[in-house]
Design a protein around this ligand. Structure first.
Ligand SMILES: *Cc1c(COP(=O)(O)O)cnc(C)c1O
Length: 430
């Protein structure tokens, strides 16, 4: 498509946008009495208007039924989480038995590492990406320290990071595969962010998963920036396990419940160690309060506690919206919207004749999704602050990168045009 940097052109794309009515389904903050341009759906998605009614329903059931709500609420609480299995499995390309919701993301990754990071003296290494999200780094360090004490391997040798090449912003697939070959039989686990949070790079999860399996390693993915953003086929790709948060692209609200995936090939493996609790126990017998743990054969077998229904309610509102629209339509819009934003940035840079910014996200559409990370030359945090004052909410990362994620559910093409104009003025008036 030949793009134009004009309001008319942006409006014509909005007029053709099948998802345009969904913009009205979300609540936008206001700055100076105007709805903001929101680029941080990769950090905290906007609140859908329908969410409140899902929470109100639980509040009303609690008021009217109290403990009886567990079984007699319209949506009973004891199996409330089962309502997620079908819509979430569509979002991540899984079978319904392979997904569940529980806890929060880092907690779930820790729990899954209990099952899938089982180091021995000879096979104890973990491959991850350089500069992984900090929570993941702390998780790796603490899991390695914890396990090395009983197994006896050298904790300093256990974590192997895949580096970017000198002068490059993204990690090459060939370098991931070479690292897997290099670590070889010592490899116990590959665990990488499916979409890099900093650059927006999308990894080839299928190929990397296959490569890890060649050496008998488990392969898991942190899908914080992938769930609700990219096409996932976790079952087909034979991913061992994955987890994601729901408050980024999935709009479920701050700090809200996580989703997790365990491939069906592991469902009947009763040797897999796990940290258990009563909500993972055989459903028919859960309330018989028996002493011996008998896990549900499926991702639900990793459940521990009864679920925080008030936190699941907004997540349910969200997955129902995803089910209405479907990932394919979201992805189709996402691609045009992201390319239009890229075009706008390039046009503004040309008009300013200044090479002010460099997009560090891969330009190859197969290697990126919703996010463009822009490295600012000669601009600092003041630019971010000026954008904020003018009603553009972006995300600032040290040293000088702004991340822009035009979420297809609620961002418009006109937002992209308008952003370009505000950006240009912000740079000219500095
Ligand atoms: C957002 C994000 C997290 C957040 O973890 P929580 O446990 O939900 O606080 C973890 N990992 C990655 C890659 C993220 O992008």
């Amino acid at each position: 498509m030949i793009f134009e940097n004009t309001r008319n052109f942006a409006q014509s794309l909005d007029a053709q946008d099948e998802l345009r009515s969904y913009r009205d389904e979300f609540i936008f903050p206001q700055v100076n009495g105007k709805q903001v341009i929101y680029f941080t759906g990769n950090s905290l998605g906007l609140q859908p208007k329908r969410t409140k009614s899902y929470i109100d329903e639980v509040m009303a059931d609690w008021a009217n039924l109290a403990v009886e709500g567990h079984f007699y609420a319209d949506k009973p609480w004891w199996d409330y989480h089962e309502r997620f299995a079908v819509p979430l499995s569509d979002i991540v390309g899984a079978k319904p038995t392979e997904v569940t919701v529980m806890n929060t993301l880092t907690v779930n990754l820790h729990l899954l590492m209990v099952s899938f990071y089982r180091p021995t003296l000879k096979k104890f290494k973990i491959i991850c990406e350089e500069k992984a999200f900090p929570s993941d780094q702390y998780m790796f360090q603490s899991q390695i320290d914890f396990q090395s004490k009983s197994v006896g391997f050298d904790p300093k040798e256990a974590l192997v990071e895949i580096k970017r090449r000198e002068g490059e912003h993204n990690i090459r697939l060939e370098d991931v595969l070479a690292k897997i070959d290099e670590v070889g039989e010592e490899l116990a686990l590959v665990l990488i962010g499916g979409v890099n949070y900093y650059t927006g790079q999308v990894f080839d999860m299928k190929t990397i998963t296959e490569a890890g399996h060649k050496y008998g390693a488990y392969v898991g993915w942190d899908l914080a920036h992938a769930a609700g953003n990219i096409k996932l086929q976790l079952n087909d790709w034979k991913v061992d396990f994955a987890a994601w948060c729901s408050y980024k692209y999935m709009n479920s609200g701050p700090g809200n419940a996580s989703g997790c995936f365990v491939h069906e090939m592991h469902h009947n493996d009763s040797d897999l160690p796990r940290f258990a609790g009563w909500w993972g126990h055989n459903k028919e017998r859960r309330f018989k309060m028996e002493p011996k743990f008998d896990p549900v054969r499926g991702a639900e077998g990793w459940q521990i506690s009864n679920l925080p229904i008030l936190s699941l309610a907004p997540y349910l509102a969200s997955v129902e919206m995803f089910a209405e629209v479907g990932m394919d339509k979201l992805i189709a819009k996402r691609d045009v919207l992201t390319s239009y934003l890229e075009f706008i940035l390039q046009e503004i840079d040309k008009e300013l004749e200044s090479a002010e910014f460099e997009i560090i996200t891969p330009s190859n559409p197969d290697e990126r999704a919703c996010q463009l990370s822009v490295y600012l030359h000669g601009q600092g945090r003041e630019l971010f602050d000026r954008l904020m004052k003018n009603g553009v909410i972006t995300d600032w990362r040290e040293p000088n990168v702004i991340r822009l994620a035009p979420a297809p559910f609620y961002c418009s093409f006109e937002d992209m045009y308008e952003f370009g104009q505000i950006l240009k003025q912000a740079i000219l008036n500095k």
